[in-house]
Design a protein around this ligand. Sequence first.
Ligand SMILES: NC(=O)c1ccc[n+]([C@@H]2O[C@H](COP(=O)([O-])OP(=O)(O)OC[C@H]3O[C@@H](n4cnc5c(N)ncnc54)[C@H](O)[C@@H]3O)[C@@H](O)[C@H]2O)c1
Length: 327
Amino acid sequence: MTNLYTDKRTLVTGGLGFIGSNLAIRLVKLGADVEIFDALIPDMGGNKFNIEPVKKDVKVTIGDLRDEGKIAKAVRGKDIIFNLAGTLSHIDSMENPFSDLDINCRAQLQLLEACKKLNRGVKIIYAGTRNQYGKAKYLPVDENHPLEPTDINGVNAIAGEKYHLMYDKVYGIGAVSLRMTNTFGPRHQMKHSKQGVLNWFLRQIIDGETIKLMGGGGQIRDINYIDDVVRALILAGASKNANGQVYNLGGSALSLLEFSKKAINILGRGNTRNIDFPKDRKNIEVGDYIADYKKITKDLGWEPKTSIDEAIKKTFGYYKRYKKYYW
Ligand SMILES: NC(=O)c1ccc[n+]([C@@H]2O[C@H](COP(=O)([O-])OP(=O)(O)OC[C@H]3O[C@@H](n4cnc5c(N)ncnc54)[C@H](O)[C@@H]3O)[C@@H](O)[C@H]2O)c1
C-alpha cells in the first residue's frame, strides 16, 4: 500500500470532518500529496484542529463543492478523490430536506461534472451509507438488499451513489461506493447527537451525564472504528477492480445498550436511562441493522480489525487529551 500512494495526488472532500481528516492523516503517512477541500458547514463535523498532526503537510482549500470555479481548480491533476463531503443527519434531513438535497445531490453532481470536463482519468470513492437500505427485510444486509430508506438523507444518498456509478459507466471516471455503517472514534464532532450517537454517548459518560436510550437501546447497530473505515477507503482507492462496485462495510453488531455498557465499564463510571422514542425519531427508526461485508473481504481483502473495547479506549484517550478543541 505504501508504494501505491507515494506521490499520488489526492483530494479529500470533507477533509476537515471526522472521516476525511482521519483519512488525510493516513494518506500523508503513506506518502501521498493531499489537498483537503471543505466548506466548514456549521453544525457539521469540520474542525481545523482535526488535521493538527499534518497541517504543514496538506493543502487546505476552504470551499464548497457547489462552487463551480473552486471545485474545478481542485479536481485538476488529481489521481484519486475521496469524496466525504456529505450530510448524515437523518433528523436534519427531515427538517431541512432542501439543504440535504443540495449537498447530497447537487454538490455531488457539481464535483462529477468538474471531473467530466477536466479530469476523466480520476478515481472517486463515494461515502455511501447503510441508511440507503432503510428497515432491514433480512439480516445480515448484503448489497442486493432493496433500497427503501425511511428518511430524506437515505433517498439523497442513493442518488449521490447512483450519480457516481453512472459517471463511471458513461464517462469512464473510476467510481466506487462504500456503504458505511455507524462509525466512531477520534476527531468526530462532540457538540450534538444528530450525526451519530456513539461519540455522543462517550461524551455523556465523560461529562458524568446519563445516557438516554430511546426505546431501551435494544436496537442493533453494526459498529465500525474509524481506523478500519480509513483502511477500507485506502484499499478501495488503490484497486482498479473496485471501479463500478458498491461495498458494504461492517464491524461489530451490538445493541446501543451493549455499546453503552462496554463504555461505562471501560471508564468505570456512568449510567443509562430508558426513554420513549420522540415521534419524529420513531417514524424514521430502522430497527436492527447488521451488515454482510463478505463482498469487500473477498474482492479487496478488507475486514474490520479493531475490537470495540480497544476502539472505545482509544477514543476516550483522544478526547481526554484534546477535549478543549471539541467541547
Ligand atoms: N460518520 C458515520 O458514521 C457515517 C456513516 C455512514 C456514512 N457516512 C458518510 O461519510 C461522509 C463523511 O461523514 P463524517 O462523519 O466525516 O461527517 P462530518 O460532518 O464530520 O464531515 C463532513 C465534512 O464535509 C464538509 N462538507 C459538507 N458538505 C460540503 C460541501 N458541499 N462542500 C464542501 N464541504 C462540505 C463539512 O463541512 C464537514 O467538514 C458523509 O457523506 C456521510 O454521509 C458517515
